[in-house]
Design a protein around this ligand. Structure first.
Ligand code: HSE
Length: 292
């Protein structure tokens, strides 16, 4: 039997950053870890108890993705024993499915000797997800802005300094399907123009390090936050408290229910202590930006 061992560590991601719906995302320092070796059948061994809701056979998203990529490139993968460990809560708006998809792509890349580039990996992941805002930063690290349509992909990444992140994680799950299902199907031309202007200013402010303007623009999303807030009871309180303590912005992480606050380093202590005291139902934690 082939004794080769494979190891990869894929970050969690926080998509949208308010005004970048389906386009912008950030890699954060929470990880899905995969170890694999060839075996006589496919099996996924879960390290943490909470992962046991996931299939341990070929229906596991990591395995399904690896198989899909292998057949796309017409290569055969050996059956693998996969050991899966994760710090990323499932169905909480931190991109756990995208991390699994990227792990599957990495497995296929390694065992299929595909030699995929970063662009290939993001494109393949976007084909599966339909949008690049989670798989993009999973692959690149840092902050990612991507446009993916008709299998064309354009993206840029940025590593910015001086921002600290606080995650507020409610105890319940929120399915992405439900959180997408409540969004309007159409917007007017005037609304599209407005959203475009807000997103443009947000990105320019971020690149210049003007985090006050960046934060103000992040919180003016028109496409998803106004609708999704209703599904996350803690959101208005977390946002109000964090802003009172000097945060730049508080937005929904991905499709929720996790809430993301961006602040300066010297504010994080006060924000965390206020949130822990006044919103004890959520788990609040500081988390780093993952840079490759
Ligand atoms: N941009 C996506 C959304 C992220 O907000 O629905 C979750 O897939």
């Amino acid at each position: 039997m082939n004794e080769e061992k494979f190891y990869c560590r894929i970050p969690a991601t926080s998509a949208n950053l308010g005004v970048g719906f389906d386009s912008i995302g950030l890699a954060v320092e929470k990880f899905l870890t995969i170890e694999a070796h060839a075996s006589d059948h496919w099996h996924v061994e879960m390290v943490e108890e909470f992962l046991n809701v996931l299939p341990s056979n070929k229906n596991n998203l990591v395995v399904k993705t690896a198989s899909r990529i292998a057949s796309h490139y017409d290569v055969i993968l050996p059956p693998l024993h996969i050991r899966m460990s994760s710090e990323i809560p499932l169905t909480h708006g931190l991109g756990s499915s995208s991390s699994a998809i990227v792990a599957g792509i990495e497995l296929a890349n390694y065992y299929g000797r595909l030699n995929l580039s970063m662009d290939d990996k993001i494109r393949l992941g976007s084909q599966i997800e339909g949008h690049p805002d989670n798989v993009g930063p999973c692959v690149t690290g840092g902050m990612f802005a991507g446009y993916y349509a008709n299998d064309e992909l354009f993206y840029q990444t940025s590593l910015f300094e001086g921002l600290t992140l606080v995650l507020s994680v409610p105890p319940y799950e929120l399915s992405t399907k439900e959180a997408r299902g409540i969004l309007p199907k159409t917007f007017s031309h005037a609304e599209a123009v407005e959203q475009n202007a807000i997103a443009n200013v947000m990105l320019m402010a971020m690149l210049k390090g003007d985090y006050e303007t960046m934060g103000a623009m992040m919180m003016r999303d028109k496409l998803h936050e106004p609708y999704r807030q209703r599904l996350i009871a803690e959101f208005p309180t977390v946002k109000a408290l964090a802003l009172e303590e000097g945060a730049y912005a508080t937005v929904i992480s991905g499709a929720g229910p996790t809430i993301l606050t961006l602040c300066a380093e010297d504010k994080v202590g006060a924000i965390l202590s206020r949130l822990q005291t006044e919103v004890p139902g959520c788990q609040h934690e500081r988390v780093g930006i993952y840079r490759k």
